[in-house]
Design a protein around this ligand. Structure first.
Ligand SMILES: CC(C)(COP(=O)(O)OP(=O)(O)OC[C@H]1O[C@@H](n2cnc3c(N)ncnc32)[C@H](O)[C@@H]1OP(=O)(O)O)[C@@H](O)C(=O)NCCC(=O)NCCS
Length: 379
């Protein structure tokens, strides 16, 4: 009989694999990509630089950056046969389910690219699939959104950065630089974050030798959950419901009394501070989000209510509270918040899939059976 090792529920605190992509140090309120402070990268670098860093392991020099930006921008466009299928997908899932739209549409990209199990693919081809996947995500999200809102898609522009081009494809006009930079800061800050639910999911699927597309689609499924990537739009719904700073206290206490979770608070790893909360609060302030006073009142009320009603449980504001304000102020409709999270996290997912393929061990844990004893004799 196999000896089972019990681990905490949800695998909390369990190191399930090794990675050199990045790390989250919960007690310190710090996270990094390849040894570089991620919040500093978000402040001072472009999305392409961070993308190169996460995938190649080093920040690009000027020539490498120019080459990488050109190479990735050239992969943004959809092939005609994928583009032709998008109206049908947009019609099926409608505008209120854009992440499901993205998942269905990306499946077509994976098919179109002829993605095979990575066991049968060279390291160069797998790295190229990672590039195409990341390059095409904003194009898919923007085109599907425009179809589902009765507009014609706007094709990508190779002369714009990843974030500015995403806004351009959504609106059909070149974005204001401050908005584009705010979105870029958000995108860099959410590229990777340890063994979060969707990254782990992607690695589990990759560990069976499956194709990169299947692992990315599985990660997208995990991200769709309200406790993971689905939180930011719900933050705005919550702020709408609360309405004014004076109502925050009563609203939070009422929700906690009903046993509800407060969106934008709590984290499996951060205990005191989520550095993304600090970073994105600053960005929301710089952009002049009209919801700042309300968000601050909610934070103060939540902190007081948690201390009283959930003593001893550290529930810091997480990335989602101010992410919602930044994305809104950058001009994104709330139904695109989770797909926009996917636009950045796909850099992390694909890096992890490539890393998993580089030294693979199939992930196959056990479960402790808690049902009745097997029946004996004839039944
Ligand atoms: C992120 C999240 C799933 C982490 O969950 P977790 O790892 O189980 O968190 P913890 O172990 O620290 O939770 C401890 C306790 O606090 C509660 N709790 C955690 N987050 C809470 C929140 N936002 N509001 C109210 N209670 C919360 C848990 O239900 C748990 O209560 P219990 O011991 O009575 O069961 C959780 O905090 C949550 O659902 N947050 C809201 C959604 C969100 O903002 N997600 C984005 C994350 S970046």
């Amino acid at each position: 009989m196999t000896q089972l090792i019990d681990v905490p529920a949800g695998l909390k605190g369990v190191a399930a694999a090794e990675t050199s992509i990045g790390d989250v140090r919960g007690a310190e309120g710090f996270y990094h990509y390849r040894q570089y402070d991620a919040a500093e990268l978000a402040r001072g670098r472009t999305f392409e630089e961070a993308w190169h860093l996460v995938h190649a392991g080093e920040l690009p020099d000027v020539a490498q950056l120019a080459e990488f930006a050109k190479r990735t921008a050239a992969r943004r466009a959809l092939t005609p046969r994928v583009a032709r299928a998008l109206p049908a997908i947009a019609e099926l899932a409608a505008s209120d389910r854009p992440l499901q739209n993205l998942r269905a549409a990306y499946e077509l990209v994976a098919l179109d690219q002829g993605m095979k199990p990575w066991l049968d693919v060279s390291a160069e081809d797998l790295a190229d699939q990672a590039i195409v996947t990341t390059a095409v995500f904003p194009t898919l999200v923007a085109a599907l959104y425009r179809h589902s809102t009765g507009k014609s898609p706007v094709g990508p522009r190779e002369d714009l950065g990843h974030a500015a081009n995403y806004l351009y494809m959504l609106d059909g006009r070149e974005p204001d630089p401050a908005r584009a930079r705010a979105l870029e800061t958000y995108l860099i800050s959410t590229i990777d974050h340890g063994f979060n639910n969707s990254t782990f999911t992607g690695r589990v699927v990759a560990s069976s030798g499956a194709d990169l597309g299947s692992a990315v689609i599985a990660a997208l499924g995990a991200l769709s959950g309200p406790l993971h990537g689905g939180a930011p739009s719900r933050v705005l719904d919550m702020l709408d419901e609360i309405g004014t700073p004076g109502r925050a206290d009563a609203w939070i206490r009422g929700a906690l009394a009903r046993g509800e979770v407060i969106m934008g608070f709590g984290h499996p790893v951060y205990r005191a501070t989520d550095p993304r909360d600090i970073l994105l609060r600053q960005v929301a302030e710089e952009l002049g989000s009209p919801r700042l006073d309300l968000a601050k009142a909610v934070t103060t009320s939540a902190r007081a209510a948690f201390a009283e009603l959930k003593p001893g449980v550290p529930l810091p504001a997480n990335v989602e509270l101010y992410a919602a304000l930044v994305l809104e102020a950058a001009g994104l409709p709330r139904e695109l918040f989770t797909p926009t999270f996917a636009v950045s996290r796909v850099v992390g997912w694909t890096a992890h899939i490539v890393e998993q393929a580089g030294h693979n061990k199939i992930i196959r844990p056990s479960a402790r059976y808690t049902g009745p004893e097997p029946r004996s004799g004839l039944w």
